[in-house]
Design a protein around this ligand. Sequence first.
Ligand code: SF4
Length: 351
Amino acid sequence: MSKIRRVKIGDIFIGGGEKIAVQSMTTAYTADVPKTVAQIKALSEKGCDIVRVAVPDETSAKAIFDIKNQIDIPLVADIHFDYRLALTAMERGVDKIRINPGNIGGEDRAKMVAEEAKRRGIPIRIGVNGGSLDKKLLEKYGSATPEAMVESALEHIQILEKYNFFDTVVSIKASDVKKTIAAYRLARERFSYPLHLGVTEAGTYESGIVKSSIGIGSLLADGIGETIRVSLTDDPVREVEAGRQILRALGLLEGGIEIVSCPTCARCRINLIPIAKELSKRLENVGGNLKVAVMGCAVNGPGEARDADIGVAGGDGEALLFKKGEIVGKIPEDKIIETLLDEIEKMKGTN
Ligand code: SF4
């Protein structure tokens, strides 16, 4: 497979070795600018790199100008079927559009969209969804198989290529995790456009996190995927948190504090779970690049704590404090959180 194409979205790049971008989507009515902007700001604060808004009508397409003026992450317009909405969104300054050129009512329209996007330097994401596959492909393959979905993506890609448009990103989503993984693997063999990963309609928080972690995570672990979106039937802020956790678990997130903590067991003589939860909450948006171990006892505790930049291993009502592999002191249980936070603050600048 040739090198993955690098595509510019607003002022960030995806593909070609760039960091994996985390995306999410607003749920407010897009034309309600204050609500949409507030949601985008909340997402951006959590680490969302690219945000998408649905553009169901002309009022929403026109609102893009005002939204863009109040946010500082790239904005994507999600458009289904109506090429005029794509043209308006581009004219109003959107950074990327999501549209399937084969579904907008003819090649003359696809040509218009491709040419306008090219002229303005706006990339296009083709979004193939297993649930809305072309009848012709469903008849050919019997169902929305990975082959059918990749063939659909290629059909859309070829329309854009015909008009010399190559700033394309592709997603091929199914609600079935194994099918999604197979489809993306096949897509990576067939073309070198950046892939936007996601498991569609993944469900509510609990099941959605599991499905997305397996689907997105196994592809990323194989080096497949340039941008991700965790879809949850929940507050989109939680999608961003989950997306970043997936990247962190795979060592793909630059910076931030990683917490390693044990599940506790009968050997644990301190109340570790609330301590780990509180630390995790308070360190959520702290910069730096540190690994912090919060361990319940002396069985695995010292080993993990030594391996981390800083950590504690619980004793009876107290904990040993480790820094860079050395025991540096003993802390009473009620001082563990504050001591770790103070020490982390000191270490951040030196790590
Ligand atoms: S580190 Fe100690 S307390 Fe934590 S799970 Fe392992 S044995 Fe149990």
